[in-house]
Design a binder for this molecule. Structure first.
Ligand code: AMP
Ligand code: ZN
Length: 461
């Protein structure tokens, strides 16, 4: 099966083909740094990490941009509530965000543009929209996008303007889809904004949230790029408005694929900061969750289905993760033929087909776990041929590159693996003195061999 993604714009699975050979431009909406990100946000960021890891695994050269929303209604409110300058608040939470990303083994983006450092590009885009007549200026110096200019407005969430009561203009960054309104591109300075404002041809003020992402994505990825992602709540109004803003590009395509991950629920409800029913990554660490446990829980459901994160699932997830690492350990304790041939078992192709099918992780996991059981049985019967070991190692490495579910393991040097193998042979022949000598030799290098019913296990002392 060719690589396909479900495009929220066409509501169909479409074959993915980058605009430029093997280069992929990926834009993912980043965090609003007014508080610590929660596990719901990380469901989306881990889905995006999976998407990127799979594209990298398939040999694409991915250029990934994730913005940091460091000026919007929420960040300004938090700065006012805490009586601290905006940049103090946003630095504190963006620093924490980067720590969380690293701990969760999320591959860093190539760039993390901050909205406050890209105001000139936003002003330029707003000017173009005004020049073309898609936007208008209000008496107070605010600028709005006129959604009436866009006959297809509502294409992502299937609303028809002609059937809606299009109300007044909207100054807020977020609102519901049954209230489509002219949205703000530039907000004139208000008393509550304090010293958070920039000069513009329309007077002092600040950009609206939607123009931030349009300007930064275009600056780093060009006017036409491959993939734009976020959580489902980003579809409206955020991404709908981003598409409308790109009208100034009329006649040119903008983004080829829009991908959205579903909500993470807690007790059946969307987890969100405003509802207060959320876990931060620091909370989960304190509760004893490992990064792999969180990754597994978030990746074992398909990204387009709602999933419930729960501490009750922790034990079950840990059991699965132990099975995965025991399996890797069992395989890598064998001497592998020194051959880099990329041979894979047949199940690997079913595994890739599942991921090619819009990143069907539950199906890919099922294929992998069934295959793992089969290989374990073969190893129980000592049927591990050099080819079986090599294809098994290759599949394990591929699985790990794509999902990042194994904790960092100790690397056992090849000479220790050879000594352990010689010791096994000596024991098999009843040469106990030789076997003991080899054990001592292994211990001199700081390792021990333990004999188990499934064979020997090498560990660092
Ligand atoms: P924010 O910091 O609110 O701008 O959100 C950052 C990202 O997290 C966006 O892509 C949101 O769509 C996503 N997000 C927020 N809440 C949830 C949730 N409960 N489940 C999944 N994704 C979410
Ligand atoms: Zn965005």
């Amino acid at each position: 099966m060719p690589l396909c993604f479900y495009n929220s714009l066409s509501r169909k699975k479409e074959i993915f083909k980058p605009i430029q050979n093997d280069k992929v431009g990926l834009y993912t909406c980043g965090p609003t740094v007014y508080d610590e990100a929660h596990i719901g946000n990380f469901r989306t960021f881990i889905f995006e990490d999976l998407l990127k890891r799979y594209l990298l695994f398939r040999g694409y050269n991915v250029f990934h941009v994730m913005n940091i929303t460091d000026v919007d209604d929420k960040t300004i409110n938090r700065s006012r509530e805490e009586h601290k300058p905006l940049n103090v608040i946003t630095k504190k939470y963006s620093d924490q965000f980067f720590k969380d990303l690293a701990w969760l083994k999320i591959i860093p983006a190539n760039v993390y543009p901050r909205a406050t450092e890209h105001i000139p590009g936003m002003i330029q885009m707003i000017s173009q929209l005004l020049d073309k007549g898609y936007a208008y200026k209000n008496d107070d110096g605010s600028v709005y996008f006129n959604i009436g200019c866009d006959p297809d407005y509502g294409r992502l969430v299937r609303i028809k303007l002609s059937e809606q009561r299009v109300t007044e203009r909207m100054d807020n960054d977020e609102y519901e889809k049954d209230e489509p309104q002219d949205f703000v591109l530039w907000k004139s300075k208000k008393k509550d904004d304090g010293d958070v404002y920039w000069d513009s041809p329309w007077g002092p003020g600040r950009p609206g949230w939607h123009i931030e992402c349009s300007a930064m994505s275009i600056q780093y990825l060009g006017e036409h790029f491959d993939l734009h992602c976020g959580g489902v709540d980003n579809k409206f109004p955020h991404h709908e408005n981003e598409i409308a803003q790109s009208l100034y590009l009329r006649g040119k395509p903008f983004v080829n694929f829009w991908l959205h991950s579903e909500y993470l629920l807690v007790e059946g409800r969307k987890m969100s900061k405003s509802m207060g029913n959320y876990y931060r990554i620091t909370d989960l660490r304190d509760m004893g969750f490992s990064a792999e446990n969180i990754r597994y829980q978030l990746l074992s459901g398909h990204y387009r289905t709602k999933i419930i994160f729960s501490s009750a699932k922790k034990y079950q997830a840990d059991k699965v993760l132990h099975r995965l690492s025991d399996f890797k350990e069992r395989v890598t304790q064998n001497e592998l033929i020194s051959n880099d041939a990329l041979i894979f078992p047949n199940e690997f192709h079913q595994f890739c087909s599942a991921l090619n099918d819009d990143l069907d992780t539950p199906r890919a996991f099922a294929v992998y776990f069934d295959w793992m059981k089969k290989v374990n049985k073969k190893m129980d019967r000592s049927e591990e041929s050099p080819e079986l070991l090599l294809e098994t190692k290759n599949f394990i490495d591929a699985f790990e590159n794509i999902f990042g579910l194994l904790p960092q393991m100790e690397i056992i040097p090849p000479e220790i693996i050879s000594l352990a193998k010689l010791r096994k042979e000596a024991r098999g022949k009843g040469d106990w003195a030789i076997a003991d000598g080899l054990r001592n030799e292994i211990e001199k290098h700081g390792f021990v061999v333990e004999d188990t019913i499934k064979g020997y296990k090498i560990k660092k002392v």
